[in-house]
Design a binder for this molecule. Structure first.
Ligand SMILES: [Zn+2]
Length: 267
């Protein structure tokens, strides 16, 4: 069975965290997420959001191999099961995550990476005077579909450059909303299968890198109300010849679990 709540409930919840208006076409904010934010921040807003976006980590992979994602999971409080949208591929789902809209509304309905024309969370943030940093590789969806906004784009050729820049941006402490894309599990599982040791090793990499960012945020952003997320786009399944894939309307590809955590400012 597909998880009850859609990925399209995240954008409005992220806007709610910062107490800004959601993007124009966003679905209603995720109720469990809102409850968690209320418990954390009360009437105050998050003034920093850090979104770590790994690619293709399925719920079933997390449930089968929790030890490989333990570092990320143990650092977070909120575990949020979600359904990806169809087709369960990267540009379609990150477009939904950051617009709150279904594919028929945001316009990316297959594996293409045009610049989104509709209102995104980044547009909503910029309207509210927030400073946005998008850190990704040149060929990935996040490095393309959100371009042409008044955001700071840090686009690189590889994951080490992306993560080094993310660390620098955290230390600089100038951006209100930061997005970091890491596609290493996706590209490895496509070639080697979803449960191959080399693929599972990449889960551990995602988890540990997230742990490092969390540690940097905890020690360097003490004056901020902060929300951090470990938020993937869709899941995956195995196909012939020991390869992994996704894109279908099956639980393995659709069901995902986001992790979130808040820090309140030390006054
Ligand atoms: Zn993929």
């Amino acid at each position: 069975m597909h998880n009850l709540n859609s990925l399209d409930t995240i954008a409005a919840a992220l806007a709610y965290a910062m107490k800004i208006d959601p993007p124009e076409h966003a679905n209603t904010a995720n109720a469990d997420f809102v409850r968690y934010l209320d418990e954390s921040f009360g009437d105050t807003a998050a003034d920093r959001v850090f979104m770590y976006n790994p690619d293709a980590i399925a719920e079933w992979v997390y449930r089968s191999y929790p030890q490989f994602l333990e570092e990320a999971r143990l650092r977070c409080d909120l575990e949020l099961p979600l359904s990806s949208v169809m087709p369960s591929v990267t540009p379609v789902n990150f477009a939904t995550m950051y617009t709150g809209a279904q594919p028929v509304v945001h316009g990316i309905q297959k594996y293409t990476k045009p610049v989104l024309k509709i209102d995104t969370l980044f547009d909503a943030l910029i309207r509210a005077g927030k400073k946005v940093a998008i850190i990704a590789y040149a060929q990935c969806s996040i490095g393309k579909i959100f371009l042409e906004r008044d955001a700071d784009y840090f686009i690189f050729e590889n994951i080490e450059e992306v993560n080094a820049k993310a660390a620098e941006i955290i230390l600089r402490d100038e951006h209100d909303f930061i997005v970091v894309y890491n596609g290493n599990y996706d590209s490895t599982m496509h070639k080697n299968g979803t449960e191959a040791p080399i693929s599972l090793a990449e889960l551990k990499v995602n988890s540990r890198i997230f742990g490092m960012f969390d540690e940097m945020i905890k020690t360097n952003w003490k004056g901020h109300n902060t929300l951090i997320g470990f938020a993937m786009d869709h899941g995956c399944h195995d196909i012939d010849a020991g390869c992994g894939s996704h894109g279908l309307d099956m639980d393995e590809d659709i069901n995902i679990v986001h992790f979130y955590k808040t820090y309140t400012a030390e006054r």
